[in-house]
Design a protein around this ligand. Structure first.
Ligand SMILES: C[S@@+](CC[C@H](N)C(=O)[O-])C[C@H]1O[C@@H](n2cnc3c(N)ncnc32)[C@H](O)[C@@H]1O
Length: 210
C-alpha cells in the first residue's frame, strides 16, 4: 500500500508541470455516459485542468465526491474520474456566467460553420487567451446558439468523408490534443525563460501580432 502511494505521488509530481493551466473542457448536454467517460479520460490523459458539464436533465450528481464514486463514470472513464475535477451546471447560461465571471474566453466546436468567426482546428493559435474554455455539443443537436453567441470563435475538424460529423468523444480527443500541444509548449517556453531564483510560470497571453 505504502509503495503504491509513493508511486502515485511520484507520477503526480512528474506530470504537474505538464498540465495545461486555465484550460477547461465543457460538455453541453451530453446524453451518452460513454461519451462523458471518454471525454473525462481524454481530459485527464492530455492534461486539461477541468471538465464542466451542462446537465439540465440532472443526470449527474452535484457533489464532486459522489461524482467520483459513480460506478458508470468510473467504468467509462477507466477511473480517470478519480483524478479529475468535474463540475456540473444546470444550464448553458449558468455555465457561461461562471466562466465569464472568472474571465474565461469560450470557443465552441462544430462540424458546421457557426457564429462570428470560423477556424480550422490545426490552423488556429490557442495560446492567445490565458483562460480558455472549449465547448463540445450534444450528440444529436450539436452546440447551442447561446454558446455560439457568447464564444470568440467556432473550431472545426475538416471532414473528408460522406458523414456529417465525428463522434463527440472522438472529437474531444482530436481537439484537445491540438490545443494542449500548443498550450503546453507555450507554458514550457515561459517556464524556461523564468528559470532562476523564482520558478513560477508566468503564463501571459501572446502579443496580438506575435
Ligand atoms: C455528433 S456531433 C453533433 C452533430 C450535430 N448534428 C451538429 O449539427 O453538430 C457532437 C459534437 O461533436 C463535435 N464535433 C463533431 N464533429 C466535429 C467536427 N468535424 N469539428 C468540430 N467539432 C465536431 C461538436 O462539438 C458537436 O457538437
Amino acid at each position: 500500500m505504502e509503495k503504491q502511494k509513493s508511486t502515485i505521488r511520484q507520477r503526480a509530481d512528474e506530470i504537474k508541470d505538464h498540465r495545461c493551466k486555465n484550460l477547461i473542457a465543457v460538455i453541453e448536454e451530453p446524453n451518452d455516459i460513454k461519451n462523458i467517460g471518454t471525454i473525462i479520460r481524454n481530459v485527464n490523459a492530455l492534461g486539461v485542468e477541468k471538465t464542466y458539464i451542462v446537465d439540465s436533465r440532472k443526470a449527474l450528481p452535484d457533489d464532486w465526491q459522489e461524482m467520483r464514486e459513480r460506478k458508470s463514470l468510473s467504468k467509462t472513464s477507466v477511473s480517470a474520474i478519480k483524478w479529475s475535477f468535474v463540475k456540473r451546471f444546470d444550464s448553458t447560461e449558468e455555465c457561461l456566467g461562471h466562466l465569464e465571471k472568472n474571465r474565461f474566453i469560450s470557443v465552441v466546436t462544430s462540424p458546421h460553420v457557426k457564429g462570428k468567426e470560423n477556424c480550422i482546428l490545426h490552423e488556429t493559435d490557442y495560446t492567445k487567451f490565458t483562460r480558455l474554455a472549449v465547448w463540445f455539443g450534444n450528440e444529436s443537436r450539436g452546440i447551442s446558439d447561446l454558446a455560439v453567441e457568447r464564444s470568440q470563435f467556432c473550431v472545426s475538424i475538416p471532414m473528408f468523408g460522406m458523414i456529417e460529423s465525428l463522434n463527440l468523444g472522438t472529437t474531444s480527443g482530436i481537439v484537445l490534443y491540438e490545443i494542449t500541444k500548443q498550450r503546453r509548449a507555450y507554458q514550457l517556453k515561459y517556464k524556461r525563460a523564468n528559470r532562476g531564483p523564482n520558478k513560477s510560470i508566468n503564463f501571459v497571453p501572446a502579443a496580438p501580432d506575435s
